[in-house]
Design a binder for this molecule. Structure first.
Ligand SMILES: CC(C)(COP(=O)(O)OP(=O)(O)OC[C@H]1O[C@@H](n2cnc3c(N)ncnc32)[C@H](O)[C@@H]1OP(=O)(O)O)[C@@H](O)C(=O)NCCC(=O)NCCS
Length: 210
C-alpha cells in the first residue's frame, strides 16, 4: 500500500519510483510483462531473508552473462550455497543500499549502491556496486527500474554523480547502461583477474540530476 508520497505505509521500505521515460507515470510499482503475463513490480530494500534469492540470481546471471568471457571452470565452480552465506552476512550489516525488484511472489533482480570505492572519487560520487537480474527476466524492464531506484537513493544521499565498473566484453550490460544515459569515463581501464584470466573493466559515469 503506497502513501501519496510513494512510501509504503505498511513496511516503510518500498520507495516511490519516479521512473525516467518510457516508464514515467508510475509510482512505487508499475505494470510490466513477464512470462507473457501482466504483473506488478515493486522495488524495496533487501533484508537478510532475501539472501538465498539474491545469491541464486547472482550465480545464474554470472553463468549466463559471463559465458565466453570468464573461464567455464570458474563459472562451474560458483556456488549458491557459499554466496548465500556471504549475502546473509552482507545483508545483516550492509553499509551499501541493496534493493530488490519483485513481482509480488519473488525477487527478479537486485542492485547495490553507495559511495564510490574508487580512490580518485570525489565525496559527491556514488557508485553502483552491482546489478543482477534473473536471466529469465532480462529485457523486461527490471534492470531499468532497479537502476532508477538506486539513482534516486544516491540522489537522496547527496551524491551528484554515479559511476560503475563493467567488463569491456559484457556487451549486453554496456548496451543497457548506454541506453539509460551512462557514458564512458576516459580515466583509463583497469584489469581484474577472474579464474586466472585477465579481464578489462571500463568505468562508466552518469550525472544525477537533482
Ligand atoms: C544488464 C542487466 C542488469 C540489464 O537488466 P534488464 O532487466 O535486462 O534490463 P532492462 O530490461 O531494463 O533493459 C534491457 C533491455 O530491455 C529493453 N527494455 C526495457 N524495458 C522493457 C520492457 N518493459 N519490455 C521489453 N524490453 C524492455 C531495454 O530497452 C533494453 O534493450 P536493449 O538491451 O536491447 O537496448 C541484466 O542483463 C543482467 O543482469 N545482466 C547480467 C549481470 C550484469 O552483466 N550486470 C552488470 C555488471 S556491471
Amino acid at each position: 500500500m503506497m502513501s501519496a508520497n510513494g512510501t509504503c505505509r505498511e513496511c516503510k521500505r518500498c520507495v516511490s519510483l519516479l521512473l525516467p521515460p518510457p516508464l514515467q507515470g508510475s509510482i512505487g510499482l508499475r505494470l510490466g510483462t513477464l512470462a507473457g503475463k501482466i504483473c506488478e513490480m515493486i522495488i524495496r530494500q533487501a533484508s537478510p531473508d532475501d539472501a538465498l534469492r539474491i545469491a541464486t540470481i547472482h550465480v545464474e546471471a554470472w553463468r549466463v552473462a559471463y559465458r565466453g568471457i570468464v573461464p567455464d571452470e570458474y563459472l562451474r565452480s560458483l556456488s549458491v550455497e557459499r554466496r548465500h552465506l556471504g549475502w546473509r552476512q552482507i545483508l545483516e550489516v550492509a553499509e551499501e543500499s541493496i534493493w530488490v525488484a519483485e513481482d509480488g511472489e519473488r525477487a527478479l533482480g537486485w542492485i547495490s549502491a553507495s559511495r564510490s570505492r574508487d580512490v580518485d572519487a570525489a565525496q559527491s560520487t556514488g557508485e553502483i556496486w552491482a546489478i543482477y537480474v534473473d536471466p529469465v527476466c532480462w529485457g523486461k524492464g527490471v534492470g531499468r527500474a532497479l537502476f532508477a531506484a538506486a539513482e534516486q537513493d544516491l540522489r537522496r544521499g547527496g551524491f551528484t554523480e554515479a559511476t560503475l565498473w563493467v567488463l569491456k566484453d559484457n556487451e549486453r550490460a554496456l548496451r543497457f547502461y548506454t541506453s539509460i544515459g551512462l557514458v564512458h569515463d576516459p580515466c583509463g581501464d583497469r584489469v581484474e583477474h577472474v579464474g586466472g584470466k585477465a579481464l578489462v573493466e571500463v568505468r562508466l559515469r552518469k550525472q544525477l540530476v537533482q
